[in-house]
Design a protein around this ligand. Structure first.
Ligand SMILES: Nc1ncnc2c1ncn2[C@@H]1O[C@H](COP(=O)(O)OP(=O)(O)OP(=O)(O)O)[C@@H](O)[C@H]1O
Ligand SMILES: [Mg+2]
Length: 271
C-alpha cells in the first residue's frame, strides 16, 4: 500500500477521484484563459491549485461549481456533470459543495449570525429557531469565533470575516470545500490559523478540499496534491515535496518569484 499522505505519487487506478475536470477550455472574447485543463481531485484529500495572478485559477474553480460554462470540456463529480445538467440538477449537485470565495463575499447588511444562517435557511431544511441558533453557534465556534454572531462584517477584522465565510461554507456540512485564496491579506499568525483550520476541517470531517493559494508555506503544510496552472493547462500535478525539487524551469521560477515566460506568447513577463 502506498503512503497515505502522498496520493499524487500513487498509480492512477489506486487513487479515488471525486472531481474530474476534463479538457476544460474557456475564452473571454479574444482572451483565452483555459486551453484544456485536465485535473483529477482525490476524495478526502487537500488539493492546492497554484499559479500566477491572472492564470485562471478562480475561473477554473467557478467551472467546478457550474457558475461558468466552458467552451469545451466538462467537470464530473462522481461521474455527474456539473455543466451538462438542468438547473434543478445542478442545485442538487451543488449541495455537496461549500465555497469560500476570494473576497469573502459576506452580506454586509447581515450580522455574522445571519450570514452563517443564510445557507441553512435557504436549504429549506426544517429546523426550529433553537436548532438553527445552535447550529450557527457551533459553526462559529468551529472557526474560533464564538460570541461574535451579533457583529456585522464591517465590525470584524479581515481574518474574522474570512472565518465567518468559512463558517458559512461549512454550515451545511459539505463533502467538498473549495477555497479561493483563503489567507490572502492576512497576517502570518492569522494565515497559520486559517491553514490549520483548513487542515483540521479536511482531516476531522474527511472533507475533500480544493484550495487556491499563493502561499507556498501553506502548500507545504496542507497539500496532499498540488497542481500548477500555467498557460491555460495544468503544467504539473504532484505532491508538495516533489514540487519543491521539480526540474521544470516554470515551476522553479514560480517558487522563487522569478519572472516567467508567458506561455501564450513566449514573452518574458513579470507580475
Ligand atoms: N467574467 C469574466 N469576463 C471576462 N474576463 C474574465 C472574467 N473572469 C475572469 N476573466 C479574466 O480571466 C483571467 C483569469 O482570471 P482569474 O480571476 O481566474 O485569475 P486568477 O488566477 O484567479 O488570478 P488571482 O490570483 O489574481 O486571483 C483574467 O485575465 C481575468 O481578467
Ligand atoms: Mg483568483
Amino acid at each position: 500500500m502506498a503512503e497515505a499522505r502522498n496520493p499524487a505519487g500513487l498509480a492512477g487506478p489506486e487513487e479515488d477521484t471525486i472531481i474530474k475536470m476534463v479538457g476544460l477550455k474557456k475564452s473571454f472574447g479574444p482572451h483565452t484563459v483555459l486551453r484544456g485543463v485536465d485535473l483529477d481531485v482525490p476524495r478526502g484529500r487537500v488539493t492546492c491549485i497554484i499559479g500566477r495572478s491572472g492564470e485562471g485559477k478562480s475561473v477554473l474553480i467557478k467551472h467546478v461549481l457550474g457558475l461558468i460554462e466552458p467552451d469545451a470540456g466538462d467537470v464530473l463529480v462522481d461521474g455527474e456533470s456539473m455543466i451538462h445538467c438542468s438547473q434543478r440538477e445542478r442545485r442538487r449537485r451543488l449541495r455537496r459543495f461549500g465555497m469560500l470565495f476570494q473576497n469573502g463575499a459576506l452580506f454586509d447588511s447581515m450580522s455574522a449570525f445571519d450570514n452563517v444562517a443564510f445557507p441553512l435557511r435557504e436549504s429549506g431544511q426544517k429546523m426550529s429557531r433553537k436548532e438553527l441558533a445552535e447550529r450557527v453557534e457551533a459553526k462559529l465556534e468551529q472557526v474560533g469565533l464564538q460570541g461574535v454572531g451579533a457583529k456585522y462584517p464591517g465590525q470584524l477584522s479581515g481574518g474574522q470575516r474570512k472565518r465567518v465565510g468559512l463558517a458559512r461554507a461549512i454550515a451545511l456540512d459539505p463533502e467538498i470545500l473549495l477555497y479561493d485564496e483563503p489567507t490572502t491579506g492576512l497576517d502570518p499568525v492569522r494565515t497559520h490559523a486559517v491553514d490549520e483550520m483548513i487542515l483540521n476541517t479536511a482531516r476531522d470531517l474527511n472533507i475533500t478540499s480544493v484550495v487556491i493559494t499563493h502561499d507556498m508555506q501553506a502548500v507545504h503544510e496542507i497539500a496532499d496534491v498540488v497542481a500548477m496552472l500555467y498557460g491555460g493547462v495544468i503544467h504539473v500535478r504532484c505532491d508538495a515535496a516533489t514540487l519543491r525539487d521539480h526540474p521544470s524551469e516554470v515551476v522553479q521560477s514560480f517558487l522563487h518569484g522569478r519572472p516567467m515566460a508567458d506561455a501564450s506568447t513566449g514573452q518574458l513577463v513579470q507580475d
